[in-house]
Write a protein of this length. Sequence first.
Lengths: 509, 232
Amino acid sequence: MAVWLPRLAIDRWRRLQGCAKGEGADAVPLALIAETAHGPRIEAANDAGLEAGARPGMRLADARTLCPALRVAPADPEGDRTLLGRLAVWAQRWGPWAAVDPPDGLLVDVRAVAHLFGGEPELLADAETSFTAQGFTARLAIAPTAGAAWALAHHGPERAILEPGGDVLARLARLPVAALRLDPEVLLVLRRLGLRRIGDLAGIDRDALKRRFRDRVAEANPLLRLDQLLGRTPEPLLPVVAVPPALVQRRLLEPIRHREPLDRVVADLAIDMARELERRREGARRLELGLWRVDGETAFRTLELAAATREPGHVARLFAAKLDDLEAGFGIELVRLRAAWTEPLAADQADLAAAEAPGTSLAVCLDRLAARLGPDAVRRPVPRASHLPERAQRWQRALEPEPASQEVLEFHARPLKLLDRAEPIAVLYATPDGYPRQFRWRGGLHEVVRVEGPERIAPEWWRERGSTRLRDYYRIEDREGRRYWIYRAGLIGDGRGGIPDWFLQGLCG
Amino acid sequence: MDLSSFPTGGGLPAHARVLRWRPGLGGAQHSEIFAPGNEGSGAAVALALALALDAAAADEARSLLWVQDKAALRLTGRPYRPGLPASLRSRVIHVAAARPEDALFALEEGLRCRDLAGVIGEIAGNPRALDFTASRRLALAAERHGTPLFLVRLDAARDLSAARMRWQVRAAPSPPPRWNAQAPGRPAWRAELFRARVHPPGEWILHRDEKTGLIASAATAPDRTEARVAGL
């Protein structure tokens, strides 16, 4: 059985918006766009948008001339692909296996299955009802080969069924050559040769076709595609296999109302989870603990780990810190632990030296810190391509790999520490453009004895407003030996404000 | 008081007791560095001492945990990667703690971690949480796990503490650089070791640069007697 979801992108967008067809946000013309080298291009449009004149493949600017009120949202091909994979798993309700047919189709094996649904027409009706109930527009067809089913789903009548046996070619002869799943260039060649229908191809000598299309790739070889359609050559498909997340649970005979037994149950679950993950050779990065209470209330606690782990003691300890504010009510009757995000982690030999050495590993230490202080408190500075000092570093999670970056220019001295917000200072100077002589910061007077500068850093015009002023940085040392990094924002007479202000931004070592 | 019953810092022999401190000399796992809050000298000296110890031990690329509480963060700002010593740039893990209690928790967790080269803490003032008991916990954890701790105390009074070495640090005028005599030179700090378990107190001018590492030159002759060596 072939399933074609012609409006997959728009249907998915509508599901995400949570509105029915033609209602709410779907009532106004809307297009999903992708950025291209020649400007935004429309990938899909909803019914109102199609009525207004927007067509997939059109430039957004062209569509806007037809319908100025056209609203846009970014297309998400990656998300569509993920959804298609999930749909393929779901479609296994109609057959033992299903394969994804990118970008917007599914192929389900329904051989010897149809009698369970009362026949092939009933099977198709059931599938179409199910897809419609999920909010998808679907066209379906059943045929002996995947190629024939695809051709009928895309170009055949509604809910077409091709019985096996007989002359398949004769019954498919009226379909256009596009039903052969060929590349657009090959279709263009065929059209120029005057071959418009599958029947036209069949009338040509096989050797002649073989000479004309020598490509071994099926998408570029009409003869190969024709053979696949008729079942003369096999067409292997890659079925989708569902991998359910690791899940362990405990149903409790007696509802738990106290903390101590709950901690023990969580520790047991962590041990079960460790066994389950070990079997799969995975380590957990995110764990979800669900607690069902007798009165129907539920509570969830999520744990994110800095590195993949399945160490039960560590997991139980981190969850214990998160259960302090839990309301037990009349008791908890079901506790479930689910590994929502896992990474491969090979089974390793117990490290005797590490087990003897006191102390924790870095990942465990960071997990404990993040569990108490919050995930955003433990971070690492990484460079960012920017001239502005406060933008030149970015903070990221501690164990994430460092992004590739250009070498730092070593001839600029930079301060050891940077204030979160540059603090204004009152500066005495001989001339407005000259070196600072004295400044007052946080109530203290600093007499400048040594200066280096200015190092001029212009605003990043591609990002900032036009009225942003340039900065002249000075590295200074005062009479006590304290070293600071100060700047003057702007120049006198640069037309972007009055007398320039001075700021202290960094403290040198 | 019989001092021989106390555990010695890094298993130093008895004659090391009168050894004058010099850069790279281990022995103290928990050091406190008192520094004014309006200059970067405290963190700079902590980094320099940590790097000197690091170079003496082994040049592994282990991370360095840098914990700041909120007041310290507001007072002296965050570590700035382009300004850090080159060998540390990719190794610093920063922890921003909201309260001094959280900072102490982070310090202790860091000390217990065997994969860290050292822990630097910055705590402003004399918070109630950082009493003698807390500092004793930190000192014991540092000694048990062999991770050095450098706790920078910004604008703090010299309170009771179990730290093995206690420094008073402030910025010193830098030596004139070679090419531009008007510019600030390589950083210099005036560091006074006023309490230490195994070293006599003294005062030094410390310098650090990338090639030579940490250099200490005597500022003034130590005017204190040997009797105050082993103060806790």
